[in-house]
Design a protein around this ligand. Structure first.
Ligand SMILES: [Fe+2]
Length: 342
């Protein structure tokens, strides 16, 4: 039926009448049934981000701010706190001697360490020192606090699935009575128990999130480099690995997937698109990424977002190692995920 055929005077009058009852006729097809979203592709350069983080340090302390975080908001979603329909991205900076007080919340959180050494995160009674390039897991409703016991500022990217809890109306948070939670596990416990393709003999998963607190950068790079030398490159991704939950082989979170990819100098990747909303953070290297026909030159620590169903392709000037996270875990669970190399 053509659109005009649904716009007879009788039908137009009918549509108008039923609005008073909060009803709307489906046959007018006002809602898009296409993949993709209204979000824009965008790159935030480290050259712009770092000075603003340092400025924030002059203006506000962690006592007042609780978390000194600059949120990266999609230009189409100002005021939402989200970088895409389904994802939150923040950049957090913590100065020597500062503590980000313990709390917990229903959103899951990931950290990707950008710059600086000497900061720790403590999650569910275990502390891990954070090194640049590390990927860290804060499962839903786990107590967590951060501190800097080194002598330089430390910056990391926070990725949260708070858009999901907001969507469901299921956002809860709670402060711990002390700034710093008590530690009842030794540093490295979760790595020893779960990080070597081994599991404690009677282990039963208590949450949907990975029991590994820290996935170290050097181990991830070692795996990528080995595979680069031994296997052909993927036409779009180079060598791309996903971080796994060792308990079930799935994703580190029920909602979010996380990845690291290596693309050698001179890589000229094919176009790829998927239903994922993806946030990238460049660990090392320079190049150009083209998202939905828009090209962005990138360098270390730049952050960019590729919304759902946007074509994305990479060209590299140097060897590049790039972290990313997306909503693929949720989409896989719901059977929505689709992708293609073009
Ligand atoms: Fe938090």
């Amino acid at each position: 039926m053509s659109h005009d055929a649904t716009q007879t005077p009788e039908l137009v009058a009918f549509s108008k009448d039923i609005k008073a009852l909060d009803l709307n006729p489906l046959w007018e097809r006002t809602v898009s049934q296409q993949p993709g979203s209204a979000c824009q592709a965008k790159l935030w350069s480290w050259a712009d981000l770092k000075p603003q983080l340092m400025k924030a340090c002059e203006l506000i302390g962690t006592k007042l701010a609780e978390r000194r975080v600059l949120m990266l908001e999609n230009p189409t979603m100002r005021g939402s706190s989200f970088i895409a329909n389904t994802l939150f991205t923040g950049l957090q900076i913590i100065l020597p001697g500062e503590v980000a007080a313990a709390h917990r919340h229903t959103p899951n959180a990931l950290r990707f360490v950008v710059e600086g050494k000497g900061a720790y995160t403590a999650v569910a009674g275990e502390r891990a020192m954070m090194q640049p390039g590390d990927f860290l897991v804060t499962p839903n409703w786990s107590w967590h606090d951060h501190g800097n016991i080194g002598n330089e500022p430390v910056v990391w990217m926070d990725g949260l699935d708070s858009a999901f809890t907001k969507f469901f109306g299921a956002t809860f948070r709670e402060d711990y009575p002390e700034d710093v939670q008590p530690l009842y596990r030794s540093e490295g416990d979760s790595t020893a128990a779960f990080g070597s393709a081994l599991l404690p003999v009677d282990y039963k998963a208590e949450t949907h999130a990975s029991p590994i607190l820290r996935y170290p950068y050097e181990r991830t790079c070692e795996a990528l480099r080995h595979l680069y030398k031994s296997q052909p490159l993927h036409a779009a991704h180079g060598v791309k690995l996903r971080y796994a939950n060792p308990a079930d082989g799935k994703y580190p979170f029920p909602t979010m997937a996380a990845f690291m990819q290596f693309m050698p100098k001179g890589f000229d990747g094919k176009k790829y698109r998927s239903t994922e909303n993806i946030v990238f953070n460049v660990a090392e290297g320079t190049g150009t990424v083209t998202i939905k026909g828009q090209s962005f030159a990138f360098g270390p620590h730049d952050i960019f977002v590729a919304p759902s169903w946007c074509e994305i392709s990479f060209k590299t000037n140097e060897d590049c190692t790039i972290f990313s996270y997306s909503d693929r875990a949720a989409q896989d669970a719901m059977g929505f995920f689709r992708d293609e190399v073009l």
